[in-house]
Design a protein around this ligand. Structure first.
Ligand SMILES: Cc1cc2nc3c(=O)[nH]c(=O)nc-3n(C[C@H](O)[C@H](O)[C@H](O)COP(=O)(O)O)c2cc1C
Length: 221
């Protein structure tokens, strides 16, 4: 599976099998996380066999089942921490999909206090990503049209269309897709229309767009 397949096949999964993640898969993901932490300055941490963060009433309300592994998503107190976590974390979500795993971003329906115990120093917790072998591969949901999600002045190049395809499939909190990607004279501007977790969503969407369009083509405003 390549990264475009991962974008097409990824769906949020909230119910996981008992199967343990084999060491080689775990190590591969851990190495990716280390590389992302070094490059981004953020603190993603893989937590294995610890159901505490999904043992709360809130997690059960969110219909999570058998979540034993998750990625803690944290970082220094920066004004754009959420957007950065979204951008870098979605790279990890897609890597996990390529490795045959399933994931779900979780901003609300988990035990924040249990996850906070895993932080170091003055790191700020943003959210977690549930991870493991899904009971199913999840399901696709209706998405907004490219016309609703973008605004183009003049003629958009092919790479912009590819970027929009990938952005359309990006996970957003409550599937709200409250973003707009505009194109004019070779410059791309992504803006959020607000709503819960909208900064996190924007980072995720920008990552998808860059992958679809080709990073070398994208000059963000
Ligand atoms: C930033 C963010 C926060 C999310 N928080 C939760 C959550 O607290 N509980 C939950 O069940 N799903 C959560 N989700 C999953 C979304 O509901 C899901 O991504 C969306 O419905 C789109 O479905 P898909 O990921 O299958 O494309 C979150 C997703 C994102 C991107």
């Amino acid at each position: 599976m390549n990264i475009m397949d991962a974008i097409a096949e990824r769906h949020s999964v909230r119910s996981f099998k008992d199967d343990r993640i084999p060491h080689e898969v775990w190590d591969a993901l851990d190495r990716k996380i280390d590389a992302v932490n070094r490059e981004s300055g953020l603190s993603f941490r893989l937590v294995c066999d610890d159901p505490a963060a999904f043992d709360s009433r809130l997690a059960k309300y969110g219909r999570f089942e058998n979540v034993r592994n998750f990625i803690v998503c944290a970082g220094p107190k920066l004004p754009d921490l959420e957007e950065r976590v979204g951008y870098w974390g979605e790279g990890l979500v897609l890597e996990a999909q390529i490795l045959g795993l399933n994931t779900c971003w979780v901003g609300l329906t988990f035990s924040r206090s249990a996850a906070k115990r895993l932080l170091k120093g003055d790191e700020r917790l943003v959210c977690v990503i549930a991870i493991g072998y899904g009971a199913t591969q999840g399901a696709s949901h209706p998405v907004k049209s490219v016309d609703e999600l973008s605004h183009v002045v003049g003629e958009a190049p092919t790479w912009f269309k590819r970027g929009m395809w990938a952005a359309q499939l990006a996970p957003t909190a409550l599937n709200q897709q409250r973003f707009l990607i505009a194109y004019e004279d070779g410059i791309v501007r992504a803006t959020s229309k607000g709503g819960p977790f909208s900064d996190l969503d924007l980072g995720i969407v920008k990552r998808h767009f860059e992958i679809g369009a080709g990073k070398e083509n994208v000059a963000w405003a």
